[in-house]
Design a protein around this ligand. Structure first.
Ligand code: URA
Length: 205
């Protein structure tokens, strides 16, 4: 499968903070940022490094540097992962993908897309809630239209229909998540999930 679920105590701890309905937006945002550090470590594991020389105070040896990277935050909830990505990969260029779901058909509707040239960069798509997979698959379509060849997705919670949709539509994209949850309710919210990630990040309940 194209899904990696992180097995780490810090990931489990911060996911539990996010799930807790009593967690207020301020703590929710910190927990999302801290959990994202663990997602980034895993999602960048297979990024091809650029080998070169580095001179220490003692001698010259071989060093490895990160390639060009682009992160695309799927609005709004992807913003909750962005600070940690920028912190860990300061040279990252950042794009934004605005998509909202049609509440009747559950299909993604695009309202904004802007990103850097993606040609040789490794692309991280920040889409915390992989529910039906519609928004993430759409964001990957857009990234590929803009030249992306190497893409990973960072999710907080994934649900089986979303994982399946990504496997069907974009089997080349590696999905990294903190949890694979049970399923979706009638409104396509993930169960047990953590509710509406955008509302919980920004206090718009
Ligand atoms: N988006 C969310 O914010 N939460 C879900 O459970 C599903 C989609």
């Amino acid at each position: 499968m194209n899904l990696t679920v992180i097995d780490h105590p810090l990931t489990s701890h911060y996911l539990t903070v996010l799930r807790d309905e009593k967690t207020e937006p301020e703590e929710f945002r910190s927990a999302a940022r801290r959990l994202t550090y663990t997602l980034v470590m895993e999602a960048t594991k297979q990024v091809p490094l650029i080998e070169g020389e580095v001179t220490t105070p003692l001698e010259t040896t071989t060093g490895y540097r990160m390639p060009d990277m682009v992160a695309i935050a799927v609005l709004r909830a992807g913003l909750g992962l962005l600070d940690a990505v920028i912190d860990m990969i300061p040279h990252v260029k950042v794009g934004f993908a605005g998509v909202q779901r049609d509440e009747e058909t559950i299909e993604p509707i695009e309202y904004y897309f802007k990103t850097a040239d993606l040609g040789s960069a490794h692309v991280l798509i920040l889409e915390p809630m992989l529910a039906t997979g519609g928004s993430l698959a759409w964001a990957v379509d857009k990234a590929k239209e803009n030249g992306a060849q190497s893409i990973s997705a960072l999710c907080v919670v994934a649900a089986p229909p979303g994982v399946q949709a990504m496997y069907d539509r974009h089997p080349d994209v590696r999905v990294v998540a903190a949890s694979l949850d049970r399923g979706l309710n009638d409104a396509a919210y993930i169960q047990p999930g953590l509710g509406d990630m955008g509302d919980r990040l920004f206090g718009t309940l």
